[in-house]
Write a protein that binds this ligand. Structure first.
Ligand SMILES: *Cc1c(COP(=O)(O)O)cnc(C)c1O
Length: 431
């Protein structure tokens, strides 16, 4: 093969020589945009074009790109103790992070387990649910999950997910999952009934859900009272509950966690995405004491034999601690409320537009559904047309089928947010 001369290729061209991208059909999709710099809510590509990151780079970055405060904390940790194995060892960043997190998590949460990403946080929770009963010699091998759920791309997380094009190649290879409808407005009773039926007809170990907002489904929203009822049904029937807060955690819903809207509390909580402010991949699964005690025994076989090489990486923990500090500043809380209020104003303005079917807002999350005759494919034509229009206009938004949503970094300015709204409104002219 002829040797490739990289000198006269740009980053996008060099990428296409070697790199396989996520969720990408390389034969039909456009080449990726090469980003060379990020600051605050802005990104710049290799040609100098500027973009507003209106989805916080897949929901991970609340405090802005290249945040100095987090960067300094990371540098300090990297030059003190960058990493140490977590089997048989511990370190201050992990200890302090566990203390700080348990202070702000729902009061019934007592134990912190570290892993690397949202999928692994979910994987850990599902394994714990099954092994909790196995340790008690109880056969419970079914999981309950919502329709259109998204919990990640590893095997158990995929099994729990209900968006079929992510998972269809693997149907038949999954753990048993019973799916119930999401209790959106008008569907609450059907959801409660389906949960009762699922529990009565199967040996269910756990129920996993995205609390209040289903992100990947297109920001599908439902009310805390409904989730309280579903959790109560599980509690009555000794089914463990797993709140997947990977997307909703750390302020997205207007409160620190979506579970803060509940009267009941789940047994386990999965965290990742915004945990480190979008800097270092890390995840946490949290548990009640009751769950932990189900593994606490003289018998080594009752331990949780799950771990990852980089479990509780000190640098990741330091980034998470800095992020938590930023989240808790009055300034950041004001930002969250400011974005929420602006979303409400935009919602009011846009909801009667002839091309808008429905709109919804929770915290800093805004979503609108575009009227369409047919069921729009997740990565269909309408979606691609919208995506390209947003990119041309310097806005990073990734519509889901006919749903356009905004989930901006909390530090986005009013002016930047107004531009995002304006470009969305302009997009109605081209479809
Ligand atoms: C993104 C996401 C995951 C998966 O996280 P990864 O870090 O991509 O593995 C799991 N659950 C929810 C709710 C998510 O939004």
């Amino acid at each position: 093969m002829a040797k490739i001369n990289f000198n006269n290729m740009n980053l996008t061209e060099r990428d296409s020589q070697n790199i396989w991208h996520p969720y990408t059909q390389h034969k039909t999709s456009k080449p990726p945009i090469a980003i060379v710099k990020g600051e605050g809510a802005l990104l710049w590509d290799e040609n100098g074009k500027e973009y507003i990151d209106a989805i916080a780079s897949w929901w991970v970055n609340p405090f802005g790109h290249s945040n100095r405060f987090i960067a300094d904390a990371i540098y300090k940790q990297l030059t003190t103790l960058e990493h140490v194995l977590f089997g048989g060892f511990t370190h201050e960043p992990a200890v302090v992070l566990s203390e700080k997190l348990l202070e702000i998590l729902p009061k019934n949460q007592n134990k912190i387990f570290f892993s690397d990403n949202g999928s692994t946080a979910v994987e850990v929770a599902i394994k714990v649910a099954f092994q909790f009963f196995y340790n008690k010699n109880e056969q419970k091998t079914t999981l309950i999950a919502f329709e259109n759920a998204f919990h990640g791309d590893t095997f158990a997380a995929m099994a729990a997910s209900g968006i079929s094009f992510y998972t269809q190649a693997f149907e038949g290879m999954f753990i048993d999952v019973v799916r119930i409808p999401v209790p959106i407005k008008g569907q609450e009773e059907a959801s409660f009934l389906a949960l009762r039926n699922a529990i009565n007809n199967n040996n269910c170990a756990g129920f996993i859900f995205e609390p209040l907002v289903q992100g990947a489904a297109g920001m599908v929203m439902y009310e805390p009272e409904s989730l309280d009822e579903l959790i109560r049904i599980c509690q009555e029937n000794k089914v463990l509950t797993i709140a997947d807060e990977v997307m909703t955690g750390f302020g997205k819903t207007g409160k620190t966690f979506a579970c803060d809207y509940l009267k009941t509390q789940p047994d386990m909580i999965c965290l990742s995405k915004a945990l480190t402010g979008g800097t270092i991949p890390m995840a946490i699964t949290t548990f009640t004491n009751a769950i932990f005690e189900g593994f606490y025994d003289d018998d080594i076989n009752k331990a949780l034999f799950h771990g990852h090489t980089f479990t509780a990486n000190p640098t990741g923990c330091a980034a998470a601690l800095a992020s938590l500090e930023l989240l808790q500043t009055p300034e950041m809380q004001l930002n969250i409320n400011r974005i929420h209020q602006k979303h409400l104003v935009f919602q009011n303005h846009i909801k009667n537009h002839p091309k808008v079917a429905t709109t919804r807002v929770r915290g800093v999350i805004f979503a609108l559904e575009i009227k369409s005759e047919n069921q729009e494919a997740y990565y269909g034509n309408l979606r691609n047309q919208l995506y390209d229009f947003f990119i041309e206009n310097g806005i990073v938004l990734r519509p889901v089928g006919n749903i356009v949503y905004i989930l901006p970094p909390y530090i986005i300015s009013d002016e930047q947010l107004n531009k995002v709204y304006a470009v969305i409104e302009n997009a109605f002219e081209i479809i």
